[in-house]
Design a binder for this molecule. Structure first.
Ligand code: FMN
Length: 207
């Protein structure tokens, strides 16, 4: 089983990579993960590295049955990357009550590669990114994905943290740190992962 952990912001500097890593580390140290006989692999997928152009395919993705039918090499590669994954954790900031355009663009490139797969929506912001969490969940339902009931909403506790995140400064999220600002939020991550793991077992593999 492979879970793609999608890093949803692409600007430089940014906070998203360290927040995605915090989520991965929290899952790996959880009892639910440790007790699994077959542990899913968690793979970070950084949209900044993919650097996809604005959607430039000539076809509607839902009508594409094989990745070789896409026009462009970047779409064929992106399709193969998403096909490899059995489920996803979308990690994204809230931008003006929505989620970043780069993430919507990366999603829109494909359809059948996402369809039927379970996913967790993990958002962050001044109020946990609740507005963009709702919006992304609507989009995943439109893709016929299976978003978990459990959401991950991570709030910056104060102005100082908000400013640090915006500047891409280390938020000291290391799971071993008792000073971690999101120590109490780890349970959200654990609960969402437990639900994702259950959905993964119930979902027939399309690979
Ligand atoms: C274009 C833009 C719009 C933003 N809009 C919001 C917002 O609606 N709500 C919020 O809580 N934070 C907002 N922020 C602040 C972000 O939560 C914060 O800068 C965070 O670090 C962004 O994630 P990133 O560093 O991975 O890009 C916004 C930031 C940017 C760059």
């Amino acid at each position: 089983m492979l879970i793609g952990v999608i890093i949803g912001s692409t600007r430089q500097p940014r906070a998203c990579p360290q927040i995605a890593q915090f989520i991965v580390d929290t899952i790996r140290s959880s009892n639910d993960y440790r007790s699994l006989a077959q542990k899913p692999v968690l793979k970070l997928i950084d949209l900044a590295s993919w650097n996809l152009p604005m959607y430039d395919e000539s076809h509607v993705p839902s009508l594409i049955e094989h990745y070789s039918d896409y026009d462009h090499e970047h779409t064929k590669l992106w399709s193969q990357e998403v096909q490899k994954c059995d489920g996803f954790i979308f990690v994204t900031p809230q931008y003006n009550w929505g989620y970043p355009a780069a993430l919507k663009n990366a999603i829109d490139y494909l359809f059948n590669e996402w369809k039927g797969k379970p996913a967790v929506v993990a958002t962050y912001g001044g109020h946990g990114g609740s507005k963009c969490n709702e919006q992304l969940t609507v989009v995943l339902n439109g893709l016929r994905m299976k978003p978990t009931e459990s959401k991950i909403l991570l709030s910056f506790p104060d102005r100082e943290t908000f400013t640090k995140a915006a500047q891409g400064i280390d938020l000291c999220l290391s799971t071993s740190s008792t000073e971690c600002i999101w120590e109490a939020d780890k349970v959200q991550v654990e609960t969402a992962f437990a639900e994702l793991a259950k959905l993964l077992l119930e979902t027939p593999s399309t690979k």
